[in-house]
Design a binder for this molecule. Structure first.
Ligand SMILES: Cc1ncc(C[n+]2csc(CCOP(=O)(O)OP(=O)(O)O)c2C)c(N)n1
Ligand SMILES: CC(=O)[C@@H](O)[C@H](O)COP(=O)(O)O
Ligand SMILES: [Mg+2]
Length: 591
C-alpha cells in the first residue's frame, strides 16, 4: 500500500489487509489527522493521541463490529471514530448537528456502547459477553479502560463479578498514569510498582481470577498485535496491561498532559496555545469557587474541600496547592466523595464537596441516605450545572434541580452571579444545620468586580430585581441575566428567587396576589424543577393565575455551543421576549 493510507482507506477491509509493517505509517497519519482537526475544532486531545496504536491494533486483530469493543469514558475514541467511517464527518465533532465527542450507539454500529461517564465499560462488556454465551454466539468482548477509570468503584464491581464467570471478556488497562489530573490513590501506587517490576507477586488482577498479561508498550504495534492475537484464544476473563503516554506525538501534549487533555484551539504545527487575552474578563465560576474556598479556609480551620478527580476543572486545585492537608482529590469516586463528606460532617468539619452536576447522578443514594437522611451539614458545590455545551447529552447538568428537589432536608441554592456564589459560600461556613446544594454553571459569568466584602444571604429569601406590571418573571441562577436583558424593554417584574428549596413563600404569596400572570425560568428540566415547585405552590394555595414554566424540555439535549442550545430550548432573551409579548397580548384580550 502507498504512503497515503488514511486518505484512501476503506474500513475495515483495507486496514486488515495492510502488512503489520505498514501500520506505523497509518498511526502517524491518524495522529496528524486528529491533531489537525482538534487544533481548530477543539475537543479531547491527549487521550486519543495516546491510544492511536492500540486503536489500530484492536481493529486489526478483532473482527469489529461483530466483536464488541467498548471505550471507557470514550474521550479517547477519536481514532476509533475516524477509522470506522467517520473520517469525513470528524470535522463536525462535538458541534451542533455534528458527530458526538463520545461513542454513541445511534451513530455507528462500531460504537458498541454509549459512554461519557467513566468506569462503565467492564460491566457493559461483561453483560454483552454473558448475553453472547446465552445466545450461543462466539464473539470477543473488549473493554478499554484507563488507569484512573479502573480505580472507580463501578469498575471494581465489574471486575469482581467477571472474575467468577467464564465470560469471554478482555479488559485492556490503558495505563498512562494520569486521569485529567495525575491519578491518585493506592491503586495508582500499585500500578507504578508493577511497571517498575517491584510488584510481580500477588497480582491484584490475578487475585480476581483474571488472566493477567503485561505490562507491555502500548505504542509498539507489532507487540500489541501479537499479544492481542494470543489473547484471542485464551478463554475466560483476561486483562492486558498496556503502558502508553497521554498526548503521544505532540511534544507539548506529552509535556503538559493536564492542559492538553482538552486544550481548546492550538497551533497544529507548533502545538502552542494562543496567548491569553490581556483584556480583563469576568471570572469563571470555577475560579470564584476555588479562590473563595481558599480565602474562607484560611480563616476557618474546619473547612475541608473534596473533589472526585476534577481538581483542575473545579479549581479545588487552588486549595490543594495552598492547604494540601485539608483538600482531597479522591479519584473518580463520586459515591465515596459524598459519604466521605458525610463522615467528616459528623465530626464537626465543614466539607465543601465539589462535584460536577452530571457526575453527582452517580452518588444519588449517598446524597439521600448518607447526607440528607441524617441531616448532615454537607455543602455540595455542583459545578457544570445547566447546559455544558460541546460534551453534550452525557454531560449536561440539567437534572440536578429535579433529582435534588424531592429530597427532604436539602436546601437548594442557585446563584445568579459570582457575587451570590461567593456570599453563599461565606454564609454556609458560618454554620448550618442542614445540607445544601449550590449549583452553578461552566465558564464565565458577567461580573468583573466580584471580590467584594462578604455579605450573608438569608436562607430561603428571594430578591426583587425589577418592579413592573402585569407579569412577574421568576428566575433562578444565571437565567436572571436573560431576564434582565428582556425586562429593560418590557414593563414587567423580575424576581431572582435564588432558593429552589425552601421556596420564599412570603414573597410568592405577594407575587400571586399582585400580578395577572407568572413565568418561571430555569436552566434545568421543567419536569420536577423550580417551575414545578411553583406550580405545586399555586395548587396548594389555590391561586388560579396562569403560570408558564420555561426550562429544559423532556428530551436529551445533544451537543453544540451553550448559546445555540439555549436558543434551541428557547431559553435565550429573544425567545423569552417573544413569550412575554404573547402573554401580554393574551392578557390584554382577556381584560
Ligand atoms: C463518573 C465520571 N467522573 C468523572 C469524569 C470526568 N473524567 C473524564 S476522563 C477522566 C479521567 C480518565 O482518566 P483515565 O481513565 O486514566 O483515562 P485517560 O484520560 O488517561 O485516557 C475523568 C475524571 C467522568 N467522565 N465520569
Ligand atoms: C471526558 C470528560 O468527562 C471530561 O474531560 C469533561 O469533558 C470535562 O469537562 P470540562 O471541560 O467542563 O471540565
Ligand atoms: Mg489515564
Amino acid at each position: 500500500m502507498s504512503q497515503t493510507t488514511l486518505k484512501h482507506i476503506n474500513f475495515p477491509k483495507d486496514v486488515r489487509e495492510l502488512q503489520v509493517e505498514n501500520l506505523p505509517h497509518l498511526a502517524k497519519e491518524l495522529r496528524e489527522f486528529i491533531i489537525n482537526i482538534v487544533a481548530t475544532k477543539e475537543g479531547h486531545l491527549g487521550a486519543s493521541l495516546g491510544v492511536v496504536e492500540l486503536t489500530i491494533a484492536l481493529h486489526y486483530v478483532f473482527n469489529t463490529p461483530e466483536d464488541l469493543l467498548i471505550w471507557d469514558v470514550g474521550h479517547q475514541a477519536y481514532g476509533h471514530k475516524i477509522l470506522t467511517g467517520r473520517k469525513d464527518s470528524f470535522e463536525t465533532n462535538r458541534q451542533l448537528n455534528g458527530i458526538s465527542g463520545f461513542p454513541k450507539r445511534s451513530e455507528s454500529n462500531y460504537d458498541a456502547f454509549g459512554v461519557g461517564h467513566s468506569s462503565t465499560s467492564i460491566s457493559a462488556a461483561l453483560g454483552m459477553a454473558i448475553a453472547s454465551k446465552l445466545k450461543g454466539e462466539d464473539k470477543n468482548h473488549i473493554a478499554v479502560i484507563g488507569d484512573a477509570s479502573i480505580a472507580s468503584g463501578m469498575a471494581f464491581e465489574g471486575l469482581n463479578h467477571a472474575g467468577v464467570t467464564d465470560a469471554n471478556l478482555l479488559v485492556i488497562l490503558n495505563d498512562n498514569a494520569i486521569g485529567i489530573d495525575p491519578s491518585v490513590g493506592a491503586l495508582k501506587q500499585y500500578l507504578t510498582n508493577v511497571k517498575k517490576g517491584t510488584e510481580r507477586q500477588d497480582n491484584i488482577f490475578e487475585a480476581l481470577n483474571f488472566d493477567y498479561s503485561g505490562p507491555i508498550d502500548g505504542h509498539d504495534l507489532p507487540l500489541l498485535i501479537s499479544e492481542l492475537e494470543r489473547l484471542k484464544s485464551v478463554k475466560g476473563p483476561k486483562l492486558l496491561h498496556v503502558i502508553t503516554t497521554k498526548g503521544k506525538g505532540l511534544k507539548q501534549a506529552e509535556q503538559d498532559q493536564v492542559k492538553y487533555h482538552a486544550p481548546g484551539k492550538f497551533d497544529a504545527k507548533t502545538g502552542e496555545l494562543p496567548a491569553k487575552s490581556a483584556m480583563r474578563q469576568p471570572p469563571k465560576y470555577q475560579d470564584v469557587f476555588g479562590e473563595t474556598i481558599v480565602e474562607l479556609a484560611f480563616k476557618n480551620e474546619r473547612i475541608v474541600g473534596i473533589t472526585p478527580a476534577m481538581p483542575t476543572g473545579s479549581s479545588l486545585k487552588y486549595m490543594m496547592d495552598k492547604i494540601p492537608e485539608r483538600a482531597f482529590d479522591v479519584g473518580i469516586a463520586e459515591q465515596h466523595a459524598v459519604t466521605l463528606a458525610a463522615g467528616m460532617a459528623t465530626q464537626g468539619l465543614i466539607p465543601f464537596c465539589n462535584i460536577y452536576s452530571t457526575f453527582l447522578q452517580r452518588a444519588y443514594d449517598q446524597v439521600i441516605h448518607d447526607v440528607a437522611l441524617q441531616n448532615l451539614p454537607v455543602i455540595f458545590c455542583l459545578d457544570r450545572a445547566g447546559l455544558v455545551g460541546e460534551d453534550g447529552a452525557t454531560h449536561h447538568g440539567v437534572f440536578d434541580l429535579a433529582y435534588l428537589n424531592c429530597i427532604p432536608n436539602l436546601v437548594i441554592f442557585v446563584p445568579r452571579d459570582a457575587i451570590a456564589l461567593r456570599n453563599i459560600m461565606y454564609t454556609v461556613q458560618l454554620g448550618i444545620d442542614f445540607p445544601i446544594a449550590i449549583r452553578y454553571p461552566r465558564g464565565r459569568g458577567h461580573i468583573l468586580d466580584w471580590k467584594l466584602p462578604f455579605e450573608t444571604i438569608e436562607i430561603g429569601k428571594g430578591n426583587c430585581m425589577k418592579q413592573g406590571e402585569d407579569i412577574a418573571i421568576l428566575s433562578v441562577g444565571i437565567m436572571a441575566k436573560v431576564v434582565e436583558e428582556v425586562t429593560t424593554d418590557l414593563n414587567v417584574s423580575h424576581y431572582d428567587m435564588q432558593f429552589v428549596k425552601p421556596l420564599d413563600e412570603t414573597l410568592l404569596h405577594s407575587i400571586f396576589k399582585t400580578y395577572k400572570a407568572v413565568v418561571t425560568i430555569e436552566d434545568g428540566t421543567i419536569i420536577g424543577g423550580f417551575g414545578s415547585s411553583i406550580l405545586a405552590f399555586t395548587s396548594k394555595n389555590n391561586y388560579k393565575k396562569p403560570v408558564t414554566t420555561l426550562g429544559i424540555k423532556d428530551e436529551f439535549i445533544e451537543h453544540g455551543t451553550v448559546d445555540q442550545l439555549h436558543k434551541l430550548q428557547q431559553l435565550d432573551s429573544d425567545s423569552l421576549k417573544r413569550k412575554i409579548e404573547e402573554l401580554l397580548l393574551v392578557l390584554v384580550k382577556d381584560s
